[in-house]
Ligand binder design. Structure first.
Ligand code: ADP
Ligand code: CIR
Length: 345
């Protein structure tokens, strides 16, 4: 492979950080599972509008290709090579402060997890993926109380049911081009599926970007209830299925943006006036380390003034701090929205 030519307007972290010199030092390396630089960067090469553009194939990728990954990790999370990740799941430390919960349409917090001693999704074999599905779905089907529910494999799910679950924000979409070129859609839909409890307030995605996405969500703005349910679920699942975890990087994920807590705490919220004043909107989201997504998730647009607002950083801060970023930032956005609404009255 020779050094790739990036389009002139390319702004991804891959284009920014993969210099010709770095490329030369990494181009012939591979991990213990045989994952190569070409595979790490393929999604970013094929999708020049990527924000990040790199994926790991295994925990070893973060070591072997560290000169590239560490640059991305530092730029995204503000986490340097000498930093170490820490966890804190104590819901009592969350401060709701001035958050007007009534303003929030729905709240969702998810974490990504991958099975210890297995390659990540980009490098896993079909047999290994099926084994993961079997192990994890058995553990999930044994959950009790509020978490009790059922696993539904994507294989054999009717198109109608699949589309309804996607529209209602419960299920991942298929055909994502970023995942496609990362090798994460191989053998689709085999090994993929969704578990949910009876109320659909606790869900687990299997073998999408990460092997597990553990999700707690509900209507309204009760962040504490959503967080507490997620913590319970994470702990119950980890008792049965050990996860890939590194002392330095925390939970290991396919995309470097999800390392550490692997947590994204989001609200769906109507902010039509801020939506018309993007400069002010972005000043607040930058101050509180928030990300703005569209109403159908990453790489989608806002509809009817509804936005998905979440914490941006996931590594080098604890779970409590990640959720606190979201709470404080959303409280500030609501205040600004209310003030703008008064002006236009
Ligand atoms: P992830 O957060 O798991 O990386 P996406 O951004 O693709 O993935 O979002 C997955 C789904 O979750 C999408 O349907 C999205 O609209 C939905 N979602 C995210 N946050 C919320 C929320 N606060 N309330 C309801 N649905 C949400
Ligand atoms: C990109 O680079 O834009 C995509 N690969 C997505 C990157 C961040 N999001 C993610 O991993 N969920």
């Amino acid at each position: 492979m020779t050094y790739p030519t990036f389009p002139k307007d390319c702004t991804s972290m891959l284009c920014k950080h993969l210099s010709p010199e770095l490329f030369e030092t990494l181009k012939d390396k591979e991990t213990a599972n045989g994952f190569t630089l070409e595979q790490v960067i393929n999604s970013g090469l094929k999708n020049s509008d990527s924000e990040i553009g790199v994926y790991a194939g295994d925990e070893d990728s973060y070591e072997v290709f560290a000169p590239l990954f560490d640059k991305v990790i530092e730029a995204y999370h503000g986490f340097s090579q000498s930093d170490k990740h820490h966890s804190n799941l104590n819901a009592d430390e969350l401060k709701i402060n001035g958050l007007d919960e009534g303003y929030i349409l729905s709240t969702r917090i998810r974490v990504g997890r991958n099975v210890k001693d297995m390659p990540l999704g980009s490098a896993v074999s079909k047999e290994q993926r099926n084994e993961i599905e079997e192990r994890v779905s058995s553990a999930l089907n044994a959950l009790e109380g509020e978490l009790e529910g059922e696993y539904y494999a994507l294989l054999g799910m009717s198109k109608n049911v699949q589309e309804r679950l996607i529209k209602e924000h419960f299920l991942f979409k298929d055909g994502d081009r970023f995942l496609e070129y990362a090798g994460l859609n191989r053998d689709w839909p085999h090994g993929r599926g969704i578990y949910h409890n009876h109320d659909k307030t606790f869900l687990v995605w299997l073998n999408e970007e990460d092997q597990l996405r553990i999700i707690s969500m509900q209507k309204g703005g009760d962040v504490l209830e959503v967080f507490s349910r997620l913590v319970l679920a994470m702990q119950k699942i980890e008792e049965k299925v050990p996860f890939a975890y590194s002392d330095r990087l925390g939970y290991i994920s396919s995309c470097p943006t999800n390392l550490g807590t692997a947590m994204r705490a989001s609200v769906h919220i109507k902010l039509p006036n801020l939506g018309e004043n993007m400069e002010q909107f972005k000043t607040i989201t930058e101050k509180y380390f928030l990300q703005i997504r569209g109403v159908n998730g990453e790489h989608t647009k806002s509809e009817e003034g509804i936005f998905d607002i979440s914490n941006l950083r996931r590594l080098g801060i604890t779970e409590v701090e990640a959720v606190q970023d979201m709470i404080d930032g959303v409280a500030s956005l609501i205040e600004a929205e209310k003030a703008l609404a008064e002006v236009v009255k």
